[in-house]
Design a protein around this ligand. Structure first.
Ligand SMILES: Cc1ncc(COP(=O)(O)O)c(C=O)c1O
Length: 420
């Protein structure tokens, strides 16, 4: 590993800020997610600085990582929140979010979730279908409310990212084509309890370059112009998230300044006044490492497999997206030869690999490994598959640290089961 912004070797022991990862593993066990509070603040401030000319409402995308301690820390930095479920609304309200700074997105909101959002007076509801707008109008009428709405567009652009995290193409399920969105704006005249004031685009995650976003922005600006020419009052563009982060030492993705510069320049001369952004990954990904303990090693005809106590139940991204995470030994030995190894978990699935052909030193049972850049879509996607308890999570701040999620117990696993 060359230098990493968050995890560094001090005297050959990997640290997060001033805390040794081996000490955290000894105290809290593994698998363990470890987050840096300082890096989380830096990332939020970097996003705020890069997009400052647009004075956007920055809504952290809770789906990337919903831990309440991280949400509270981001709220203290000034973040609003992008949520996609009643559960996420519950979490951000508990973390002290200001309702006006919440954007409720998502393709399948239930009546109960819309009800919750209207009652909580969330600032924006991003609607993705005619049925949803009509349902929201009925719910709002019942509560004598008139929520502010953005229409999510399907701009039909190719986001140049993994197909599972590309969301703006014609074949996808998200948003509405512009022609349908214009019809919906016209239809909304018959829906007095909703106020359409925004257009929303989010074309994918880990975008390789800003080109597709720039194309989607043209589609959105054209939609806004057409809708307003027909009497709509749209003054806000929600750009979504998707800003890329480097996962490899030599990752070719642009840094945030380079990615955002043409977007900010284009929007600064758009005539629009209000913007939302919904970054998730760019704020949390590189704040965290996943610590895992080596259990066994197998070798067969030169194929080295290291079996650890984390797996696809702890970190799903490699199995789901073929995602790459750097893996490093928590105790560094500079003279150790590196050989290629697969890192596999304990789950009874052939897809349960955390890394493939990754250079690793010789390892013994009990050694600790760290997978880097796991803060986004890591703990958030963890499951109880094969009846493994969810991992613990710890937050480091300087010399201090604390548990921000206790490890589940076996009793937690069965707590909601009704046997007779
Ligand atoms: C509507 C919406 N906004 C924001 C995000 C956050 O994306 P990212 O974590 O890539 O910034 C997502 C991710 O799927 C999304 O669907």
């Amino acid at each position: 590993m060359s230098t990493h912004p968050t995890f560094k070797y001090l005297d050959d022991a990997l640290h997060c800020e001033s805390v040794s990862l081996a000490a955290l593993a000894a105290e809290f066990g593994t698998p363990l997610y470890v987050y840096s509070a300082e890096r989380l603040r830096q990332n939020y401030q970097r996003v705020a600085r890069v997009f400052a000319p647009l004075r956007p409402l920055i809504c952290y995308a809770v789906k990337a990582n919903a831990n309440g301690a991280l949400l509270a820390l981001l709220r203290q930095q000034g973040a609003g929140f992008d949520i996609v479920s009643g559960g996420e609304l519950h979490r951000v309200l508990r973390a002290g979010a200001e309702p006006a700074r919440i954007v409720f997105a998502g393709v399948g909101k239930t009546e109960a979730e819309l009800e919750m959002a209207v009652q909580a007076k969330v600032g924006w509801i991003n609607v993705e279908s005619q049925g949803e707008l009509e349902r929201l109008n009925a719910v709002a009428a019942h509560h004598r409310a008139r929520p502010t709405v953005a229409i999510r567009l399907r701009p039909n652009v190719d986001a140049a990212t993994h197909r599972h995290i590309s969301t703006g193409s014609a074949a996808g399920k998200f948003g509405l084509p512009v022609s349908h969105a214009l019809k919906l704006v016209a239809h909304s005249r018959a829906l007095p309890h909703v106020h359409i004031r925004g257009a929303h685009i989010h074309i994918g995650s880990q975008l390789a370059n800003p080109q597709a976003t720039l194309q989607a922005i043209e589609v959105a600006l054209d939609f806004i112009a057409q809708a307003n020419a027909r009497g709509a009052e749209i003054d806000t563009l929600d750009l979504g998230g998707g800003f890329p982060v480097p996962y490899r030492d030599d990752d070719p993705v642009p840094d945030l300044d380079t990615f955002a510069a043409p977007i900010v320049a284009r929007l600064a001369r758009s005539g629009l006044e209000h913007f939302h952004i919904e970054p998730g990954r760019a704020i949390v990904a590189d704040t965290a490492a996943l610590l895992t303990t080596v259990q066994y090693e197998k070798e067969d005809a030169g194929h080295r497999i290291v079996i650890v106590d984390a797996g696809m139940h702890t970190l799903l991204r490699p199995a789901l997206y073929e995602a790459y995470h750097r893996v490093c030994a928590v105790a560094h030995h500079s003279d150790s030869p590196l050989t290629l190894a697969d890192v596999a978990g304990p789950i009874c699935e052939s897809a349960d690999f955390l890394a493939r052909a990754h250079p690793l030193p010789p390892l013994a049972s009990g050694d600790l490994l760290a997978l880097l850049d796991v803060g986004a879509y890591g703990a958030a996607m963890a499951s109880n598959y094969n009846s493994h308890p969810l991992p613990a999570e710890a937050l480091v701040e300087g010399h201090r640290y604390r548990l921000i999620r206790r490890r589940q117990t076996y009793d937690d696993l069965i707590a909601n089961e009704v046997i007779e």
